[in-house]
Structure formats: C-alpha cells, structure tokens
Design a binder for this molecule. Structure first.
Ligand code: DOR
Ligand code: ZN
Length: 392
C-alpha cells in the first residue's frame, strides 16, 4: 500500500518563491544489478555520489539570475557559466563582474563556484585569452556561430578566417573551446545542422589544431557520438543534457505544440537519443553532465515566436539517474555526473557527497519570480529520484 506525506523540499527555501511540496511515496525498486554505492536506508534506496558539477549552464542576470541560481547551487558544486547575456560577456573584465553578480545572488552559506567563460567574437584578441587565463576565474571560451541560437548575433561569422590566432593562443594557454555545434546556413535542414557542422567546421578544426581542447556542447545525434568517440581522448569531449537523453522530437508535438521542450540544437529522432544514452551509460570518459538549463520567462516561450531553451536545473539529477537506472548502469552515473568533467578540465573532483533517494516527487508546474514564471522540464510530472541535501 502506498503511504504518502508532504515535506518542503530544500529547493523551496533556497529558490522557488512559490511552494514546492514534494509528494513522497514508499515505492522502492531494487534492480538486479546493484552498484556498490546503492544501499537501502530504511524503506528507501539511496545512491550516494560525489557532488556533481554542471559543465554547461545559463544563469542569466538580474531577477532571473536570483530566481534560478539556488536550483543549481543546491545540487551542483561548480558550473560552467554560459556568456550569452545581453550584451555578451566578451572580455575578462566582464566575466569578473558577472561572476561577482552570481556570487551575490547565491543563497547564504552556499559554496557553489561559478566557472566563467568568454563569448568568442570575430574580434576577440589573443591578448584577451592571456588575460582570461591570468584572471584565474575564466575556464573556457564559447563559440556561438553567429545566429545559431539565443543571443548569438555577435558570435563568430568565419571561424577559420577570423579566429585562428585566438585559437592558437588558446592552445598555448590550455584553454578549452566550447562549441555550439550547428551551422546556421538556412538551406541546411534544422535537423541536419549538427552533422553538417561536424563535417565542415569541427573536423577540419581538430585536424588544424589537434592540441586544442574542444567540448562539443549538448550533443544530439549519433553522428556527434561517433565523432567524439573517434577523436583523441582528453582533447575532445561532449556534454549531454537531460532533455536529449530523455526525449525525442516527437515530444515537441505531443498533443499539440510543446514550447517548453523546444531548445537548440532541437530534439532529434529516437535513434539519435538511443545512441546518446548508450554513449553516456557505457562508462566512456568522453561524456559528462552539462544541463544546458536555459530559463526563459513563460510568456517568452508561450508566444508567436518562442525562445529556445529548456529549464531543467530543478530536475536534471532526477532525470539523469532515471536514464542510467533504465540502462542498468547506475554504477556509471557518478563518473558522468562528477568525475569525467573535472578530469577533462584538469580540475580537482569535488570531495563532498550528495544523496539521491529512490523517492517519488512531483515537479512543480512553475516557479514564480518577481517578473513572471518559469516552467521547468517535466512540469507537473512525478519523478523517481529525489536529490537530498548535501552532507557536510
Ligand atoms: O536552447 C537553447 N537555449 N540553446 C542554446 O544554445 C542557448 C540557450 C539559451 O541561452 O536560451
Ligand atoms: Zn547552452
């Protein structure tokens, strides 16, 4: 028989201005293949893992930053912060100032560390890369092909023609290039843009600069999986989002247009989703957690020309855990969430732990903030894995 009770999730106190009651049930499933760190605690199964990091996160600024940052800082130790603000974060000075705003917006006693990035433009100078490295707070440079996605208008128009000296300096400074891997040519079908980018930009780039560290962000296709696996380990890696693991493109049209599942790169066919799930659950070191959590106020999603972006920070760990559990690979979850990322970036792994409890909880239908509402991924759904407060 199901017993239910309610308790306030810590996320409520930290961030969600509206109530965030979590529905508990006593449902416990024990998989035949049990990872060593999965143990029964009373009636619940608990998974204890090293505190994860988010290697791809949009925190925005102003009121939106204040509304969303607790959802990340509650679960993650560090996050690579995307620079596509208005105006974009193109200099080290701007990154330092943005970092201050993030630190100011954190809940009291949070030790969350934002790892800043620079937004690459046609005019970024090699000296800016030196400054970024010297700052000690900038950890990567983000390539947005101009026009590829939200606030990418000032991105790169001609990588090989305009940015080679900067990329060469990045090799010198051991500064990774984070890539939004889509071409912007309107003649290329939107579902093929990642593959065409690999063939026409990424592959030639890696041949030209084999020492450049590259992260292909938010991969969506089997082509990207194959490409990353074909490259030299330690030099090319990929982040993977919850939505690209859990959903295929049918989700965009299920029962009508679903704007809250729309992101870029757009969701792909089921065969691609399956290839990405196989890659991350295989235990390969080349793939790591990057949510690409990208909040937009509800009316900017539910309108005649809705913004791209899925707000997944509140549910990301629950979704990842479910994917690994369904693949019978819970023993590989911790490397994906907590080891592969820092190892690639050459940073220490976190030392504290978090727990994931096999406990059903209901995702709020929205989060309110001063200027509106944000609708999260899986809004209103019941998820199986509940992240618990950090151990000291
Ligand atoms: O869906 C997306 N939203 N993809 C991106 O690349 C950018 C992001 C955003 O900033 O909203
Ligand atoms: Zn992103």
């Amino acid at each position: 028989m199901l017993k239910t009770s309610f308790f306030p999730c810590k996320a409520n106190a930290l961030g969600a201005p509206s109530g965030f009651p979590i529905k508990l049930s006593s449902t416990v499933l024990v998989k035949a293949k049990r990872p060593i760190h999965l143990k029964a605690s009373g009636a619940k199964m608990e998974l204890s893992i090293t505190r994860p990091d988010d290697w791809h996160l949009h925190l925005r600024d102003g009121e939106l930053l204040e509304a969303v940052v607790p959802h990340s800082s509650h679960h993650f130790g560090r996050a690579i912060i995307m620079p596509n603000l208005k105006p974009p974060v193109t200099t080290t000075a701007a990154a330092v100032s943005y970092r201050q705003s993030i630190l100011k917006a954190l809940p009291e006693n949070s030790d969350f560390t934002p790892l800043m990035t620079l937004y690459l433009t046609d005019t970024t100078s090699p000296n800016e890369i030196k400054l970024a490295r010297e700052s000690g707070v900038v950890f990567a440079v983000k390539l947005y092909p101009a026009g590829a996605t939200t606030n990418s208008q000032e991105g790169v128009t001609d990588l090989f023609g305009k940015c080679l000296p900067v990329l060469e300096e990045m090799v010198q400074q051991n500064m990774p290039l984070l890539v939004h891997g889509e071409v912007t040519d309107p003649d290329v079908d939107v579902f093929d843009r990642e593959k065409v980018f690999i063939d026409t930009v990424l592959s030639p780039l890696i041949q030209k600069l084999p020492q450049l560290k590259v992260v292909m962000e938010h991969i969506t296709t089997k082509d990207a999986v194959n490409f990353v696996q074909s490259c030299r380990e330690g030099f090319v890696a990929a982040t993977v989002t919850p939505q690209h693991l859990a959903l295929n493109r049918n989700s965009l049209f299920k029962g009508g247009l679903q704007p809250h599942s729309y992101c870029l790169p757009v969701l792909k066919r089921e065969i691609h989703r399956q290839a990405i799930v196989s890659a991350v659950t295989s235990g390969s070191k080349r793939f790591f957690l990057g949510t690409d959590s990208a909040p937009h106020e509800r009316t900017k999603k539910e309108c005649s020309c809705g913004c791209a972006g899925v707000y997944n920070s509140p549910v990301a760990l629950s979704v990842y855990a479910k994917i690994f559990e369904e693949a019978g690979a819970l023993d590989k979850l911790e490397a994906f969430t907590s080891f592969n990322g820092p190892d690639f970036y050459g940073l220490p792994r976190n030392t504290s732990k978090i727990k994931l409890s096999k406990t059903q909880w209901k995702v709020p239908s929205s989060f309110s903030f001063k200027f509106g509402e944000i609708v999260p991924m899986s809004a209103g759904e019941t998820l199986d894995w509940l992240p618990l407060p950090l151990s000291p």
